[in-house]
Design a binder for this molecule. Sequence first.
Ligand code: FNR
Length: 342
Amino acid sequence: MTRAKRKWDHIQYALTTGQTNNAGFDCVSFVHQSLPNTSLSKIHLGTKIGELQLSSPIFINAMTGGGGAKTLEINRLLARVAKETGVGMAVGSQMAAIKNSEERFSYEIVRKENPDGLIFANLGSEATVNQAKDAVEMIQADALQIHVNVVQELTMPEGDRDFSHALMRIEKIVNHLDVSIIVKEVGFGMSREAVEKLKGVGVNIVDVGGYGGTNFSKIENERRERVLSFFDGWGIPTATSIVEAQSHNSDITILASGGIQTSMDIAKAIALGANGVGMAGYFLKILVDSGYEAVVKEVTSLHEELKIIMTAIGASNLNELQLAPLIFKGEVLEWLQQRQIN
Ligand code: FNR
């Protein structure tokens, strides 16, 4: 199967059987405050990811590139959305373009469309230092995402089977690149232990990429003769994974993604400890079903609603939202109790 065909299959399945909505946010509640002492007009959505200043916590997470005319068009339109709404954007894995220069344009278009925007490069943990430098340079990226996706690879018929030394390669990239490094999962979540290991090699930003949104086990299983259905329910829900990452004592910037689809999901992810929130499948579905304008409208509405929620809570900025008291119930509470996280 060609790479372009595989990319397109991913997108098709990601929009159908691969979409779920159970990232754990229903098990998290804010405590209502009758005297919030805030004003909607004074709410600020600015945030920091490492050294990077952003006017919004939302970013379009890594999806595509390198798969022919259709993925090129998706990247072009998503880049326009990012420019129009002021959100950051990650491109999909650039390995295709590193191996075949004809594929570069479908990534370069993202920088071309949005010369001053915040853009993340993306590669897997198999990448070398030179490949990482190439990926960043290709799109003059502000940061590099390194994805870790063991369960996706294992479910993919033609996927990797050897995951040795990934941490060592990540460490080399951290030591040799000038931009911030974000290590991200792709929908299976990150544990406290994984975050601890990453922190140990100098990673300061993680995107927990939790379970409950786009499900790469389901997507890859669509392409298998004998399915590995035991992976379909495998992973740490995003809400839980943020707390796992947060429970690590040292200073680490947490980004949340995986099944984030509403302004309330965004507010809860931030209150749980995230500084930024990535959304992938949800935006892609709106783009493919309803077009570019619909995604711009959605991002604008998410910003407006997030401000409304923050007004009710009494949080005039994201730092104050991170201090809001929360109540846990159900599966998230059970998980945190068993893991002795509070
Ligand atoms: C992805 N994702 C992804 N992640 C990554 O690091 N590199 C990649 O190339 C891709 N490719 C990709 C393609 C498609 C079609 C989708 C929908 C997603 C994963 C993505 O960035 C995110 O981590 C997960 O999709 C979970 O977030 P959502 O989709 O639930 O918001």
